[in-house]
Design a protein around this ligand. Structure first.
Ligand SMILES: NC(=O)C1=CN([C@@H]2O[C@H](COP(=O)(O)OP(=O)(O)OC[C@H]3O[C@@H](n4cnc5c(N)ncnc54)[C@H](OP(=O)(O)O)[C@@H]3O)[C@@H](O)[C@H]2O)C=CC1
Ligand SMILES: O=C(O)[C@H](O)CS(=O)(=O)O
Length: 482
């Protein structure tokens, strides 16, 4: 089916405590490019989430007792299996999420890189010795795994958003229960198949599909869960933070964004256009780090707009399984409606459509990649995350003006700018109120750097040596009477 080399990767069951189980009630998984039914997964709820949490708690002592080196060996095996099945995993991802196959393959490699990176980082969880203030005492600081972790992940990166959490958690000696997005559960279940094959013990990693609210509430309130990590909307993140407060859980939140993409008058315009294509139209604009507002200096506005429109018009829209496709379908009709809403609001307030602007002739949830001109700060697209293939071009005159405009949002995840004056690069990079700044690049995501935001874009960092800290607690040991 779908030319999978290993059809057993496509599972219609959940993975709890090392067992695969189905359910009477199921959730249909459909292909956003065609509307076709792909598979059905169990619609589980709080009871099964509790079962997975209790299994994770049982598995935790033995898992944490293994050496970091022993855990690393199993994680490296998982990494190798993921890469060995890259094509099949990418096909499953494109079927359920819609992104072009080339992007899906890229995401599988990106997802695997977190397992590979944290397998090694687990071996470098160092502590401290501190000179004691009393001669008969010795002070030691150790770092220990926090315990049972819960992860709730989104549909836009069905593999990477799981491994960016499970990698550090398992490497640190924690266990994890994952609730993937209902629209893209198959990738998560396929990763669980490979984790099981890698020899990761029962209970260490479980995947529970089903009713978000019921499962989410159990994950957020069960006292056995010591940490909850979430990637998704700020609205749901806020709810989860409220729910976890009752049991004082540690939380990591990767939430919404509203990234500015600034083109200064001294920018390399061809490089800026290439960066804008990657930052704006990757995953059809459905990433939390997509350029959401493009600010272009008045002196280069027309030239940049002309180059961008030509590049956008060259992008092929279609089913992600077809060769050459750059823009797949949006995840669903709600996503299409959001893009239409932003275009309608902007054009009603004076913006001009330079290319695109409407649903694609292919139907389903395909949308024409769009560029708007003459966009101003009073339009919805300036304040809200579009999460679609819409590039709104704003004009600016001065550095101070554009930095103020860029920072005028409650979000603070990613930001980008193109400039070649060294003083300007340092000044603007320091003044942007964001967790991440791309200078002369539109792609900043990798496993070695700390990914995360400030303000209402979230809490914590994922990836990098910082990413494992979120799964550790610090213990202070005072040995006296020496
Ligand atoms: N920061 C980021 O990377 C992302 C940001 N977003 C933003 O969120 C918007 C909406 O996208 P969407 O996918 O609906 O994001 P959501 O935040 O609704 O979903 C993300 C995850 O949270 C789960 N979820 C939803 N409601 C609850 C709840 N009450 N308790 C526990 N878990 C819950 C979802 O489950 P289920 O699928 O079963 O509903 C899914 O697994 C996007 O337009 C975008 O702006 C979305 C995805 C990623
Ligand atoms: O949630 C997202 O949109 C991802 O974090 C984006 S990225 O990590 O692939 O850049």
């Amino acid at each position: 089916m779908w030319n999978l080399k290993d059809p057993s990767l496509l599972r219609e069951q959940c993975f709890i405590d090392g067992q695969w189980l189905g359910a009477q009630q199921t959730i249909a998984v459909t292909n956003p490019a065609t509307g076709a039914h792909i598979a059905s997964v169990p619609k589980l709820g709080a009871a099964h989430a509790r079962q997975a949490i209790e299994a994770a708690n049982r598995a935790w002592p033995a898992w944490r007792a293994r050496t970091a080196k022993e855990r690393a060996a199993l994680l490296k095996r998982w990494f190798e299996l993921i890469m060995a099945h890259q094509d099949d995993l990418a096909t499953i991802m494109t079927l359920e999420q819609g992104k072009p196959l080339a992007e899906a393959k890229g995401e599988i490699a990106y997802a695997a890189s977190f397992i590979e990176w944290f397998a090694e980082e687990g071996k470098r969880v160092y502590g401290d010795t501190i000179p004691a203030p009393v001669a008969s005492q010795r002070i030691v600081v150790t770092k220990e795994p926090i315990g049972v972790c819960a992860a709730i992940t989104p549909w836009n990166f069905p593999a990477a958003m799981i491994t960016r959490k499970a990698g550090p958690a398992l490497a640190a000696g924690c266990t994890m229960v994952v609730k993937p997005a209902s629209q893209t559960p198959l990738t998560a279940l396929a990763l669980a198949v490979l984790a099981e094959r890698a020899g990761i013990p029962a209970g260490v990693l479980s995947v529970v599909t089903g009713a978000a609210g019921d499962i989410g509430t159990e994950l957020a309130t069960n006292p056995l869960v010591r940490k909850l990590t979430f990637t998704g909307s700020t609205e749901v993140g806020r709810t989860l933070m409220q729910q976890t407060a009752a049991t004082i859980k540690k939380v990591s939140m990767e939430l919404g964004g509203n990234a500015p993409f600034i083109v200064f008058e001294d920018a390399d315009l061809d490089a800026a256009v290439e960066g804008a294509l990657v930052s704006k139209y990757r995953n059809a604009g459905q990433t939390c780090v997509c350029a959401n507002r493009l600010y272009v200096h008045a002196k280069v506005y027309d030239a940049f707009a002309q180059k961008l429109v030509a590049a956008v018009q060259a992008m092929q829209v279609g089913d992600g399984l077809q060769d050459g496709v750059r823009i797949g379908p949006l995840i669903d009709a709600k996503a299409v409606a959001k893009v239409e809403e932003h275009i309608a609001d902007a054009t009603a307030k004076g913006a001009r459509v330079l290319t695109g602007g409407k649903r694609h002739a292919l139907g389903q949830s395909f949308f024409e990649p769009t560029v708007l001109a003459d966009v101003t700060q009073g339009m919805a697209v300036a304040k809200e995350e579009t999460f679609g293939p819409l590039a709104p071009l704003f004009r600016f005159e001065t550095e101070d003006e554009v930095v103020a405009l860029a920072n005028d949002t409650e979000f603070g995840l990613a930001s980008y700018f193109y400039a070649r004056d060294l003083g300007r690069v340092w000044r603007v990079a320091e003044r942007l109120e964001y967790g991440m700044v791309g200078v002369n690049t539109g792609l900043i995501s990798n496993e070695v750097a700390p990914f995360g935001g400030v303000k209402q874009s979230g809490i914590g960092r994922e990836g990098s040596r910082y990413g494992i800290e979120d799964y550790l607690v610090v213990k202070y040991i005072n040995m006296a009477g020496i």
